[in-house]
Design a protein around this ligand. Structure first.
Ligand SMILES: Nc1ncnc2c1ncn2[C@@H]1O[C@H](COP(=O)(O)OP(=O)(O)OP(=O)(O)O)[C@@H](O)[C@H]1O
Ligand SMILES: [Mg+2]
Length: 407
């Protein structure tokens, strides 16, 4: 990355659009200069459902961020989520044919192209090809095989694709406000950059970003991504359950959830008082019901996260436990409920690793935005893949991604 380059992240969430402008030093330190948060319209469960509304929400968020630091941006890293995202672990193998039998960067490119990433159907787009592990002549666990001697190179790669239509709608919104796209990054992958420690990734950990419309799950083992899943349940359903269960309007239910919502009832006279006023219900009962309704939904989300783990023996897969992030992880008692159900450590992931205007970003709701910046600080922009006029062929996209990985 060039000296003190400006990078921008746009997290187009179901409830809010967050634009963060930052300065990135040559050493990779990220300093936040401006933040713009605007309510999100035209999005449902992480997908664009109304291009004009979504575009205007993004425009407003970008305008606020630009205004906050008196700068104009021209491109951004953009988050992608939704049920259309699919991930697989694929295997690739090639023979090392160089005279000296030393693995070269070109061999890495060749082996990655045998993982099946080039066979992406035309209705899907390749988002990420992430090498998990290499082996040289059967010697497993090689992180970087360049320079090693051998005759056969194997790779395990995590391949993430998304539905072209969903991606194109988001691309249209960003291009529609005159911005280029540096890269499109899977949201939980971005969030994990902001909230996980290297030790957790090595030991094995799950991260769940519980937002407004989706719960995005990633599992890391041996330092790299192992599994990705997007669940269509999150904070919106909690609010709707309250609205239906307590006979409230959506706005009152949302406010009640954020102010007094807890999944483990505590002695709280003023909450009982306020809730009974807001719901016009008898004292005590409404508070208890509020907690029970929220607990049932949160428990369901936690159990859906567990179902994404590849084995019921969680401890062996994620000994470092579960890190909860996203706005809905703010609900009181969720850590305790999570560790009761999972019987493993559960913590809330607050976005870290950036300096500057961080007070407003010190909320799990901004894990994706901060993570997009960190992703941008570590990876080269992929403007050609997401350029304004046409998207280029899938092969060129793959070539970009692979050359990004190996310089
Ligand atoms: N204190 C709180 N208690 C409970 N829920 C909360 C609290 N604060 C925020 N939320 C919920 O967090 C959700 C928004 O989270 P977030 O900003 O991470 O979502 P998003 O990024 O817009 O959506 P998504 O990532 O699902 O597309 C809303 O449903 C909101 O009600
Ligand atoms: Mg989000």
């Amino acid at each position: 990355m060039k000296r003190n380059q400006i990078i921008t992240a746009i997290d187009v969430g179901t409830t809010k659009v967050a634009t963060i402008i930052a300065e990135c030093s040559e050493e990779g330190a990220v300093r936040v200069l401006g933040v713009g948060i605007a309510p999100s319209y035209g999005m449902h469960k992480g997908l664009v459902v109304d291009i004009n509304d979504a575009k205007e929400s993004i425009r407003e968020s970008v305008r606020r961020a630009e205004q906050s630091c008196s700068m104009k941006i021209s491109s951004a890293y953009v988050g992608v989520t939704g049920r259309h995202v699919i991930s697989n672990n694929n295997h690739g193998v090639v023979a090392i044919t160089n005279m000296d039998r030393v693995v070269k960067p070109s061999d890495l490119r060749r082996v990655m192209s045998t993982t099946g990433a080039v066979k992406v159907p035309s209705d899907r787009k390749l988002l990420h090809v992430i090498p998990r592990n290499y082996s040289v002549d059967g010697q497993n666990g090689v992180k970087n095989p360049v320079g090693m001697h051998g005759e056969r190179l194997d790779v395990e790669a995590h391949i993430i694709t998304a539905a072209s239509n969903s991606i194109n709608n988001l691309v249209q919104c960003i291009h529609g406000i005159g911005l280029d796209i540096d890269d499109m990054v899977l949201e939980p992958l971005a969030s994990s950059e902001a909230v996980l420690t290297e030790e957790e990734r090595q030991k094995g950990v799950a991260i769940a970003d519980i937002g407004g419309g989706t719960t995005d799950v990633c599992i890391f083992r041996d330092g790299s991504i192992f599994h990705t899943a997007i669940l269509p349940v999150a904070g919106y359903q909690m609010t709707r359950d309250l609205a239906v269960g307590l006979g409230l309007g959506q706005d009152v239910a949302e406010e009640m959830k954020k102010r007094y919502g807890t999944v483990i009832p505590i002695e709280n006279e003023s909450a009982i008082d306020q809730i009974s006023k807001m719901s016009e219900d008898s004292q005590g009962i409404a508070y208890q019901t509020l907690c029970e309704i929220l607990r049932a939904r949160v428990e369901e989300i936690l159990r859906l996260i567990i179902l994404e783990l590849p084995s019921s023996n969680y401890e062996s897969i994620i000994p470092a436990g579960l890190v909860l992030t996203g706005g809905s992880s703010n609900i009181a008692g969720i850590e305790q409920l999570g560790s009761e159900i999972l019987k493993l450590p559960v913590r809330i992931g607050y976005p870290l690793h950036v300096s500057g205007i961080t007070d407003v970003l010190r909320d799990p709701a901004h894990a994706t935005g901060v993570g997009l910046l960190l992703w941008g600080s570590k990876n080269q922009p992929q403007t050609k893949t997401w350029q304004k006029k046409g998207f280029g062929s899938m092969l060129r996209g793959l070539a970009n991604k692979i050359s990004k990985l190996f310089g």
